[in-house]
Design a protein around this ligand. Structure first.
Ligand code: IVH
Length: 768
């Protein structure tokens, strides 16, 4: 072996150590992965050629080595203590009082840290080199897991010389900290386990423990374990006098220390920290089960000492556990507003996440199958923050022999209607719609809610009672309620029955967007309802719109268009909507928006037909000079078509329209365009550029002699635009009988007001 190899090996080790620290601890790498790999492979090759060059602190030792048959036990030179817990403000204040009294001080400062939910380890360094690492075990004796710990990149194999402090490390240094698995790593491990058909880990802590206890360290090396240092048990330079100093020393040596650590003053500071970390808990990338307060002054610690196996100078302040085990006694199916049946676990009541929990969601049948949930199982229930409690996993080892599988009922548990699985997707639905009292109650609650019809005083209890008495069978029935109906049920109501009836009457007129939203169409939220109202302008148009037209509305995709279509196609819904339209009036109806009109050209229609090769450009060529679908369909049979397009596309177009269903679809769409006042939009737009109303904006109000759609179509055919509301940009207001606020506003703004006859004059080329 040459002197050069020896030097080069040392140099490589130092470089790799530095890059490791920058990457894993400081999160600030200065070389690429490829550069790192090149250095790493060079060192590996050197060590393979000269095994005597291999040192225990070499970065090559992190990939794991020979499997052992068992772990050797090691006696901790300094016992690994545990912490006393406190669960309340009162207990925390008691702790603080004991500390102050023990030290005879009026107030003390603490170092506050997150309490990581992992495994405590001890790391021994001799002459700056990692020589041994062990589990806590019983606190006196642990297991030697050095080979496994060496694979964790965040644990330095050699202490950095303390350049900043100038304190030299003692011969023996012992560092304590927590090995844990971040959520992301846990997710990855379970994904891999699932792919291999292996058992899943219940939580990150178990997965970390399993990984650390591998006898084959090459397995540990593949696990995304992480580490935070929180203490020095031996070898702290005496100049370091506080816990915060100690943590700085750990950072100087190259250890990762949690960024969340802070010095706080007195019990109030501790409590503020507890609240602050608690608020962050759900969004941290790892599990914590509490925070730890440690007397910051190290000399004070000596003075206080220990009781049994825990220090008097520190305490863990625990958060409520987010997970607990309990018995799954039964599974019910809850019927949602749109009929979806959600499997719901009935549990033996358990205290978890700070509350008593006796129901938890199982989400859907796919999840039930994935988690292999049986009735009678012992399950792990999770309740994190304000999230709905869920059944997270089953403890298979505790499954009794008579455990029963969960079965989706064939009929709705509320109304007995058939239950069907959604053709695509995981949901099962009761097809009963408003016949189903569960769906009806929720549909009514949605109907009266603030963003929908906004009817005050009609609450869940009242709706439920009226539905059970069959006084309410659909939203329309709300408008037939009388004071007596409500008074009967609401003897001591907070809202007087007469007021409730008044509130309902006050909502006989509904803005179009509210009405659309209030129907509770699946996948139509408030925003989509507003978009539908703004673009299609009339309830009837929304109701009959073909999916091709619906998808022209921004934000509406194919799936939503289908949901809307099938909602109105359902006979129960159609009857309920008809009944409702007899009771309410709709305000804010207007012509189809200019944006939609612009898109409704014959060319766009064609381009939508999914004919191979026929995009918007070729569709434009094909339709140039054409006025209608009928003309187009005649032309399509013409052999000269290929002259307009290329031969291939021409053939595809002809083949497409040879199918009568495709011809009919196109004609159907054209009829819808006509009905929507969008006749030959493309053709009219060309005319419009020079039309008599070119560049003018119109608003319609009041009752006109012909339907508004038609008036709007006339204006658009003349080159004008129709808008829904009067503004400074409005050129003309066309006012019919009983014109209201729009007329007043137009007059205020000095907008010219026309009657229908005057509009006809303009269209004929007269001056206003
Ligand atoms: S200090 C004498 N600090 O909690 C003090 N422990 O019940 C000994 N833990 O076994 C521990 N985060 O596994 C300390 N910031 C932290 C901690 C922490 C987690 C664990 C550790 C220990 C247990 C004590």
């Amino acid at each position: 072996m040459s002197e050069g190899s020896l030097q080069r090996a040392g140099q490589l080790r130092r470089q790799l150590q530095e890059h490791n620290h920058r990457y894993y601890v400081l999160d600030d790498p200065t070389v690429s992965d490829a550069e790192y790999d090149a250095l790493f492979r060079e060192l590996q090759a050197l060590e393979a050629a000269h095994p005597e060059l291999r040192t225990p602190d070499s970065p090559t030792q992190r990939v794991g080595g020979v499997a052992s048959s068992e772990f050797a036990s090691v006696r901790h030179r300094v016992p690994m203590l545990s912490l006393n817990n406190c669960f309340s403000e009162e207990e925390l204040r008691d702790f603080d009082r004991r500390v102050r009294e023990g030290l005879g001080r009026a107030t003390v400062a603490y170092a506050a840290e997150p309490k990581l939910d992992g495994l405590a380890v001890s790391l021994i360094y001799e002459d700056g080199v990692f020589v041994r690492g062990a589990t806590r075990g019983d606190g006196e004796t642990g297991e030697d897991i050095s080979d496994n710990l060496r694979t964790i990149r965040r644990i330095p194999l050699r202490l950095h010389p303390s350049t900043s402090s100038g304190h030299t490390a003692s011969k023996v240094v012992e560092v304590r900290g927590e090995v844990y698995l971040p959520h992301e790593g846990f997710r990855r491990m379970n994904e891999e386990a699932a792919a291999k058909g292996e058992k899943l880990y219940v939580n990150p802590r178990n997965a970390a423990a399993g990984s650390l206890r591998q006898l084959d360290s090459t397995i540990t090396a593949k696990r995304p374990l992480a580490f935070y240092a929180y203490g020095v048990a031996q070898g702290l330079p005496p100049q370091r006098r506080t816990h915060m100093d100690m943590l700085q020393q750990l950072r100087d040596w190259g250890f990762p220390v949690s960024e969340l650590v802070r010095r706080v003053e007195a019990a109030d500071g501790c409590l503020a920290y507890y609240g602050e970390i608690g608020a962050k808990r759900a969004s941290l990338p790892f599990d914590i089960d509490g925070v730890v307060y440690k007397l910051d002054d190290l000399a004070g610690r000596e003075e206080l000492g220990f009781v049994s196996r825990a220090p008097r100078w520190a305490v863990a302040h625990k958060y409520p556990a987010e997970e607990a085990q309990t018995l799954l006694e039964n599974v019910d199916f809850q019927v949602g507003r749109t009929g979806v049946l959600t499997p719901t676990a009935r549990l033996r009541t358990v205290f978890v996440g700070g509350a008593n929990v006796s129901n938890a969601t199982l989400h859907n049948m796919d999840e039930v199958a994935r988690k292999d949930v049986h009735i009678g199982d012992t399950v792990i229930v999770r309740r994190a923050g304000d999230v709905i409690p869920e059944v997270k996993a089953v403890v298979l080892a505790l499954r009794p022999a008579d455990a029963r599988p969960v079965v989706m009922p064939a009929h709705c548990p509320v109304c007995g209607s058939e239950v069907r699985r959604d053709p695509e997707g995981v949901a099962y639905r009761c097809v009963g719609r408003l016949v189903c009292k569960a769906q009806l109650k929720q549909a009514l609650q949605h109907f009266v809610s603030r963003k929908a019809a906004d009817i005050d005083g009609v609450g869940e209890a009242l709706i439920s009672e009226l539905v059970e008495r069959e006084r309410l069978k659909s939203p329309a029935d709300l408008y037939t309620l009388e004071v007596a109906d409500v008074a009967q049920l609401y003897k001591s109501a907070e809202v007087a029955p007469a007021k409730i009836i008044e509130a309902i009457a006050a909502r006989r007129e509904l803005a179009l967007s509210r009405l659309i939203y209030a129907l509770g169409i699946p996948s139509v939220g408030e925003t989509t309802a507003k978009d539908l109202a703004r673009h299609l302008g009339a309830f009837e148009r929304v109701r009959v719109a073909l999916p091709e037209v619906l998808t022209l509305v921004e934000g509406i995709g194919v799936a939503a268009a289908e949901e809307i279509g099938s909602f109105f196609a359902d006979a129960h819904n159609a009857a309920a909507v008809d009944a409702l339209l007899e009771r309410v009036t709709i305000s804010g109806e207007q012509p189809v928006s200019a944006e939609i009109a612009d898109q409704c050209s014959l060319a766009a229609l064609l381009a939508q037909q999914q004919v191979k090769g026929l995009g918007p450009v070729k569709a434009e060529k094909l339709t140039a000079g054409l006025g209608s679908v009928t003309e187009l369909l005649v032309r399509i049979d013409d052999p000269a078509l290929a002259a307009l397009l290329d031969e291939r596309t021409a053939a595809a177009v002809q083949a497409h329209f040879a199918e009568s269903a495709n011809r009919e679809r196109l004609q159907l769409l054209e009829r819808q365009f006509e009905a929507f006042g969008l006749t030959g939009a493309a053709a009219t737009q060309r005319a419009a550029a020079g039309g008599p109303l070119a560049g003018k904006t119109f608003v319609l109000t009041g009752t006109l002699p012909v339907p508004r759609d038609e008036v709007a179509a006339q204006i658009e055919a003349g080159g004008g635009k129709v808008s829904g509301s009067v503004s400074a940009k409005t050129d003309f207001l066309v006012a019919g009988e009983a014109a209201g606020s729009k007329l007043a506003k137009a007059e205020k703004l000095g907008v010219t007001v026309l009657d229908y006859a005057a509009l006809q004059g303009l269209l004929g080329g007269e001056k206003p």
